[in-house]
Design a protein around this ligand. Structure first.
Ligand code: GDP
Length: 423
């Protein structure tokens, strides 16, 4: 990664098996981000198993495995560079915790690529992911209509799927004028870096060109430091090493920091990134660091690290706008599902349903409704059952969104409007 290009976090969203992993592998490959010898090795392996052409998916599978084993702290996000940007991919190829990953991914992504397989069209997770991306504040989408090879690069089939996706985007009020639709084959590489002869009827951008032309995100370096803790390790010679990704602000050695809600703190002694000690780290950096006087049992996953003089907020209650995606019956006050916010998972009670919002106009449709159900948007008051660090979305959007999970699925997603802090 060069130091002079702006950075983008990119979520890859879409229904399972529509080709997200393959497309990511293809992007890494086409931008020269995977060493040729690694590709070659996977190609040989794939051919031995009679699966020639699967090498990109193989590459992705391997990266995923390494990530799940948590071997290193900096492999969690794959990276590639285009002419304009350095990208970090927030990929979601795993089938376990799929939606949850998608949420934590999308909440920190600047933009998203939606992958839709042309032979399947809009599928349940396509809808779910588009909906979540919208709720969590992504407003630029690149839509890759994938597997064009499967339908012999037929323009009419492509147009049908484009129409289907356009309808979906309109439903959730994405500005479809800003979405680019691209016919691709992740597998064959059509229209990824170069225009494909297989689609003479298409004269739009290639995927890489669309990525190059995304608007530049504003780096949240001016906001206070917020670093949600992913894990806490003990490393010999150093001591306790919390790891995580800086969402906002900067961390420098010598800073006085505070971990909330654990409510402990100290001075940052060392910061490590990509296995090297650095004096300073910025938003988007995955770091491991060491804080004087902090032991392994003092802090945990779900804590947020921030400056001692502007510590992360801990909510007694908070008000939020949520959208109910799928719930088998109705949601009433008293409902206590698990909330996923940054790296935290905490059971929270919906204490009151304050307003039902008309999702097409954004206006209040009903004050204090008795219940809400699938498809409804509402303002609710929430009481975490255990301390939870969370921020108003208007102040620190990176720490201001969450997903509500129950019965193995995502019930709703939301944004924090106001935090009433623990005293
Ligand atoms: P994911 O679950 O969305 O990450 O999907 P994968 O990338 O794992 O792909 C699912 C399957 O579709 C795999 O067998 C891929 O090899 C295949 N696949 C992905 N992209 C293409 C494509 O462009 N053309 C064809 N024919 N198959 C593809």
């Amino acid at each position: 990664m060069s130091a002079d290009k702006p950075h983008q976090n990119l979520a890859i969203i879409g229904h399972v098996d529509h080709g997200k992993s393959t497309l990511v592998g293809r992007l890494l490959y086409e931008t020269g981000s995977i060493p040729e010898h690694v590709i070659e090795q996977h190609r040989e392996e794939a051919e031995e198993k009679g699966k020639g052409g699967f090498e990109f998916a193989y590459v992705m599978d391997n990266l995923t495995e390494e990530r799940e084993r948590g071997v290193t702290i900096d492999i969690a996000h794959q990276e590639f560079s285009t002419d304009t940007y350095d990208f970090t991919i927030v990929d979601t190829p795993g089938h376990r915790d799929f939606v949850k990953n998608m949420i934590t991914g999308a909440s920190q992504a600047d933009h998203a690529v939606l992958v839709v397989a042309v032979d399947d069209g809009v599928a349940p997770q396509t809808q779910e992911h588009v909906f979540l991306a919208r709720t969590l504040g992504i407003d630029e989408l690149i839509v890759g209509i994938n597997k064009m090879d499967v339908v012999d690069y037929e323009e009419s089939t492509y147009n049908e799927v484009v129409e289907e996706v356009t309808q979906l985007l309109k439903q959730v009020q994405f500005n479809t004028d800003d979405a680019s639709f691209i016919p691709v084959s992740a597998f064959e590489g059509d229209n990824v870096s170069e225009h494909s002869d297989n689609t003479p009827w298409y004269d739009g951008k290639t995927l890489l060109k669309a990525l190059n032309e995304l608007p530049e995100p504003k780096p949240p370096t001016d906001a206070p430091l917020r670093l949600p803790i992913q894990d806490v390790y003990t490393i010999s010679g150093i001591g306790t090493v919390p790891v995580g990704r800086i969402e906002t602000g900067v961390m420098e050695t010598g800073d006085n920091v505070s971990f909330q809600p654990s409510d402990v703190g100290g001075e940052v002694k060392t910061i490590e990134m990509h296995h090297e000690e650095v004096p300073k780290a910025e938003p988007g950096d995955n770091v491991g660091f060491n804080v004087r006087g902090i032991g392994k049992d003092d802090i945990r996953r779900g804590d947020v690290c921030g400056p001692a003089d502007d510590p992360p907020s801990v909510a007694e209650t908070f008000q939020a706008q949520i959208v109910v995606m799928q719930h088998p019956s109705v949601i009433t006050a008293g409902y206590t599902p698990v909330f996923h916010a940054h790296t935290a998972q905490v059971a929270c009670t919906i204490e009151s349903i304050d307003q039902k919002i008309d999702s097409s106009s954004g206006e209040v449709a009903e004050e204090n409704p008795d219940f809400i159900q699938s498809g409804d948007a509402a303002v609710v008051t929430i009481r975490p059952q255990k301390p939870l660090s969370i921020e108003p979305s208007s102040e620190i959007p990176e720490l201001g969104s969450f997903a509500i999970r129950d019965m193995g699925q995502t019930i709703a997603a939301g944004k924090v409007l106001e935090v009433h802090e623990r005293t």
